[in-house]
Design a protein around this ligand. Structure first.
Ligand SMILES: Nc1ncnc2c1ncn2[C@@H]1O[C@H](COP(=O)(O)OP(=O)(O)OP(=O)(O)O)[C@@H](O)[C@H]1O
Length: 266
C-alpha cells in the first residue's frame, strides 16, 4: 500500500542555530489510507511537534529539516499561503481541546457553514445541508437544532464530535489527531474512538493518532510507533507491539499500563 503522507528523516530543533535543542531527531513515518497510525511516548518526547510540522504550524524559532510529502507534494518549506490551501482541505487536525478548533462566540452552524462555504465554494443552502449532514454523521443529537447553539452549550464529548465534523468537512485525505480523547472521561472517550474507527473505514482516511495513553492506542491504532526523546524507538503493527515488544522502552510503557494488556477494538 502506498503512503498518503510520508514523513522522512524529520528533525526539529528549537533555539539558536548550532546551539539549539533537537526535539525531533530523524523521524520517519508513513500514513496509509484506511489505517490509524498511532504515535505513543511520554510527555515531551516530540509527538505534538511532529504533527504540527506536517501542517507548518510550528513557530519560526523551529528549524525543521527532512521531508513531509503529501502524495507528490512536498509540504516542508511550502509557502504559508499554499499551505493554507492544504490545511483543512487535504490535511485536517483535531486537538485535545476542541476549543482550539471552535470559536466560543460563533454558533456551531455559522462555523461549519462558513468553513465549507469558504473552502468548497458552496452556496448558503448547500453549506447548511452539509453542516447538518456532518453533525449527524458524528452523531450530534438534533443536528438541525444544534446549528444555532454555541460551543459552550455542548458537553465536552459533543464539542469534540463537532471539532471532528469541522475537520472532516472538506473530506481531507489525512487527519492528525493529537490526544483527541485525553480531556474526556472514559465512557465518552470510547464513543469518540469508536466514531474515529468508523470514519477511517468509511472515508479511507489516513490518520496519525498522537497519544501518551496506550489504552487508547490499543483500542484503535492499526500501526504503532513509539517515540522517546525525539526518536522513534520501535514501530510495528498494534498486535506485534503489544504482544511482542522488542525495545526495552516499549516494554516499560506496556508494563506501566493499568491492566497491561491489549484491549479489544471498541
Ligand atoms: N515553541 C517551542 N519552543 C521551544 N521548545 C518547544 C516548543 N514547542 C515544543 N517544545 C519542546 O519540544 C519538546 C517536544 O514537545 P511535544 O509537545 O512535541 O511533546 P509531546 O510528546 O507531544 O508531549 P505531550 O504529550 O506532553 O504534549 C518538548 O521538550 C518541548 O518543551
Amino acid at each position: 500500500m502506498s503512503a498518503v503522507l510520508s514523513i522522512t528523516d524529520l528533525s526539529i530543533e528549537f533555539g539558536p542555530k548550532g546551539s539549539g535543542r533537537t526535539v525531533v531527531d530523524s523521524v520517519s513515518l508513513d500514513l496509509t489510507a484506511g489505517r490509524i497510525q498511532g504515535l505513543a511516548g511520554e510527555s515531551g518526547s516530540g509527538k505534538t511537534v511532529t504533527a504540527m510540522a506536517v501542517l507548518g504550524l510550528l513557530p519560526d524559532s523551529a528549524k525543521v529539516t527532512g521531508s513531509i510529502r503529501l502524495g507528490d507534494t512536498e509540504l516542508l518549506g511550502m509557502p504559508t499561503r499554499q499551505l493554507r490551501s492544504i490545511r483543512g482541505m487535504r490535511v485536517a487536525m483535531v486537538f485535545q481541546d476542541p476549543s482550539a478548533s471552535l470559536h466560543p462566540q460563533i454558533t456551531v452552524g455559522s462555523q461549519l457553514t462558513d468553513h465549507v462555504r469558504h473552502h468548497l465554494k458552496l452556496k448558503r443552502r448547500e453549506a447548511k445541508e452539509r453542516a447538518v449532514e456532518l453533525l449527524a454523521r458524528v452523531r450530534v443529537p438534533n443536528p438541525e437544532e444544534a446549528l444555532s447553539r454555541y460551543p459552550h452549550q455542548f458537553s465536552g464529548g459533543q464539542r469534540q464530535r463537532i471539532a471532528i465534523a469541522m475537520a472532516l468537512a472538506c473530506d481531507p485525505e489525512v487527519l492528525l489527531a493529537d490526544e483527541p480523547t485525553t480531556a474526556l472521561d472514559v465512557t465518552v472517550q470510547a464513543g469518540i474512538l469508536h466514531l474515529l474507527r468508523d470514519l477511517v473505514a468509511e472515508r479511507d482516511l489516513a490518520v496519525l493518532l498522537v497519544t501518551h495513553d496506550l489504552g487508547v492506542m490499543s483500542a484503535v491504532a492499526d500501526d504503532m510507533a513509539v517515540m522517546r526523546h525525539g526518536r522513534i524507538v520501535e514501530t510495528g503493527t498494534r498486535e506485534k507491539l503489544f504482544r511482542d515488544p522488542e525495545h526495552p522502552y516499549t516494554r516499560e510503557l506496556l508494563e506501566a499500563m493499568p491492566d497491561a494488556q491489549e484491549s479489544e477494538v471498541l
